[in-house]
Write a protein that binds this ligand. Structure first.
Ligand SMILES: [Zn+2]
Length: 268
């Protein structure tokens, strides 16, 4: 018999799918090609580093809403992030363009992607919103451990839901920064734990997929303080090309891999 439950996004009674916190396609493309002993990617959670074929998933969205997420962001973003075979389409696009400005000391270049990506820039914005909203609107678990939970706050969470559902504009108190890795050895890690940090009256959230870091600033002052270098700035659509070695999220991932309790095949 068909089991109908309320979809998290459209709020209609529908048959729910096995939804993912991060796109299943990401895990698939991260798997080692055959020949290595463990074909699964390293997944980092709050206390563990494990090679796992497990993905963070549970019944949450209906098929229509899953499709909405795929076509409005996921499909495009996932095909343009860093791949195990060395391809990294987003970075190649940036490297082929002239930066708006360059900071040699920090090895950072910023690009106005308005013309370069055209409407595809919106796919990055939609994808970012969809991951943060999923992480806030649902409790995700992996191996009994809660992962990925962040709190956007009731009001912002609803603003994001309406935007993702196509009923409102992008939340006006939110700015998204996109940092594309310029590192020779691109980190192929996926974070299952978006991290949150408070800066004055604003909150800063972070998560990454291979080679692309998505930072969300949220708060009443954000549209003034964090507009200039944001993907959804009032004047420009900015992306950064920069090394990740000093980024707090990436440092945290390295520390966690070093201090984590090895699970599964990582255990010696
Ligand atoms: Zn739905």
């Amino acid at each position: 018999m068909l089991r109908l439950e309320t979809c998290g996004l459209c709020l209609q009674k529908k048959e729910l799918q096995n939804s993912h916190l991060l796109p299943a396609a990401l895990y698939k493309q991260l798997r080692e090609p055959s020949g290595r002993s463990d074909p699964n990617p390293v997944i980092v959670t709050r206390s563990r580093a494990l090679t796992s074929s497990k993905q963070v998933s549970s019944s949450f969205l209906c098929a229509d809403c899953e499709l909405r997420f795929s076509v409005n962001g996921e499909n495009y973003v996932v095909t343009h992030c860093a791949k195990r075979n060395g391809s990294f389409k987003l970075r190649e696009l940036l490297q082929g363009a002239s930066p708006l400005c360059v900071d040699d000391k920090n090895q950072t270049a910023v690009y106005d992607v308005q013309q370069l990506l055209d409407t595809k820039a919106d796919q990055y914005l939609y994808f970012t919103a969809s991951v943060y909203w999923r992480a806030s609107a649902h409790s995700w678990k992996m191996g009994g451990e809660q992962v990925g939970k962040i709190c956007l706050g009731e009001e912002y969470q609803e603003q994001f839901r309406l935007y993702l559902f196509g009923e409102a504009a992008f939340p006006k108190n939110a700015r998204v920064y996109v940092h594309v890795s310029s590192d020779t050895q691109v980190p192929l890690t996926v974070t299952t734990v978006p991290t949150t940090f408070r800066i004055g009256s604003a909150h800063r959230h972070k998560f990454c997929i291979p080679g692309v870091l998505f930072i969300l600033f949220l708060g009443s002052e954000v549209s003034k303080k964090f507009d200039t270098f944001a993907l959804n700035g009032n004047q420009r659509k900015i992306m950064w090309l920069c090394p990740w070695q000093n980024d707090s999220l990436f440092r945290g991932i390295l520390n966690r891999i070093e201090t984590a309790t090895p699970m599964g095949k990582l255990r010696r």
